[in-house]
Design a binder for this molecule. Structure first.
Ligand SMILES: Cc1ncc(COP(=O)(O)O)c(C=O)c1O
Length: 359
């Protein structure tokens, strides 16, 4: 589309024209058989993408609200937060603001969550909830879910495991049931490749049962409010119907691409970007073993003039990222997820090279 730069920022991400078209589909009633049929079909397909039989809720607000929903519906004791970047930090602040007792395992930015630290804290017996971000958007760090899954299954089966998968879901394979995640969610403006303001939530029976024993959760963020309407394949309040239509389109795109091809595409785009960075003698911000498939965060050790590059790339029709918060200029990110394909990325990196030559 003319005048709108193509987004290579880690959200909102590029929304393709076919999805934009679907967003203008005429509205349907939210208490009709048509919507129930639509949501029922979507639920089954979302369960396939997440490898789960758990309940899937369509949420017409940003993922930030799900940080709050997660903790409000299951914390009776204290909440353990792993904090290794800006978003995991914000989540722990949300728990504090909700009045919960919390403890934070703090990591330097660039590091992944370490299973031994989680074990050490959970062994105190103080916590009934463990909350973490799978893919720290601020740093491009992907933490290892399998190791944590093993720990929780073998030693702490009663602890509720909450995972923010905002910038990984639909771009990185997450086998929810195999891992045993109780509450996992993403908003749609990242690897789902849809506009912001809508989220997908997947919750286990264990989570829903625990919520039944918790009072004073309010109404809007009570998972039981969603559960009541889940049985009718509807949502408690009027949903964002354009998002629901567009989500169906994304699931068609995923089906056409093939789910394994989608995971592989994201892996390939990550390697391509990582190799591009090393070929320019830049280094990667995340530690080895924790590099995300959806976002590459590059240390600007060559001292490129990121603001100048940003202006030039904008002239060429791209919106780049200049680095999150204090990292601005020091480490910048390239997002490669959702509606960004290998050719789009190659085109972007080639144009990036032209800009580098120019300046
Ligand atoms: C990892 C992560 N969690 C949560 C959020 C907040 O999502 P939303 O803006 O949909 O509330 C973001 C936004 O970038 C994110 O990257």
């Amino acid at each position: 589309m003319k005048n709108f730069p193509k987004l290579f920022i880690p959200g909102p991400t590029h929304v393709s024209d076919d999805i934009l078209d679907i967003l203008s589909t005429p509205q349907i009633g939210h208490r009709t058989p048509e919507i129930s049929e639509l949501i029922g079909g979507l639920t089954k397909r979302l369960q396939q993408v997440l490898y789960t039989k758990n309940h899937i809720y369509l949420i017409s607000h940003a993922a930030t609200g799900l940080w709050e929903m997660g903790v409000k519906n299951c914390a009776k004791k204290s909440i353990l937060h792993a904090v290794n970047g800006a978003f995991s930090s914000k989540w722990s602040t949300v728990s504090d603001k909700c009045g919960f007792k919390t403890h934070v395992i703090n990591y330097d930015w660039g590091l992944g969550v370490k299973v031994e630290d989680v074990d050490k804290m959970l062994s105190t017996g103080k916590f009934d909830v463990f909350a973490m971000v799978h893919n720290e958007t601020s740093t491009g760090v992907k933490s290892n879910l399998s190791e944590i899954s093993e720990l929780l299954k073998t030693k702490y089966p009663d602890v509720m495991w909450l995972v923010d998968a905002v910038s990984s879901m639909a771009g990185i394979k997450i086998e929810v049931d195999k891992l045993g995640i109780d509450f996992i969610f993403a908003s749609t403006q990242k690897a789902w490749g849809l506009p912001a303001g809508f989220s997908i939530l997947c919750a286990s029976d264990k989570f829903i049962k625990k919520s039944e024993r918790i009072n004073n959760k309010g109404y809007f963020l009570d998972i039981l409010t969603y559960e009541k309407y889940y049985q009718k394949c509807q949502t408690p309040s009027t949903p964002s119907i354009p998002h629901i239509f567009a989500l169906k389109k994304v699931l068609d795109i995923i089906q056409d691409e093939g789910i394994d091809n989608r995971w592989n595409r994201h892996k390939e785009m990550a390697s391509l970007t990582q190799n591009w960075a090393s070929s320019h003698n830049q280094s990667l911000f995340p530690e080895v073993g924790c590099r995300s498939e959806t976002i590459t965060c590059i240390n600007n050790i060559q001292n490129w003039d990121i603001n100048k590059i940003n202006d030039k790339l904008l002239d060429l029709g791209y919106r780049m990222d200049r680095g999150y918060g204090n990292l601005r200029g020091k480490a910048f990110r390239i997002a490669h997820m959702g509606n960004i394909y290998k050719n789009d990325l190659i085109e972007y990196l080639n144009d990036f090279d032209k800009v580098l030559n120019d300046i």
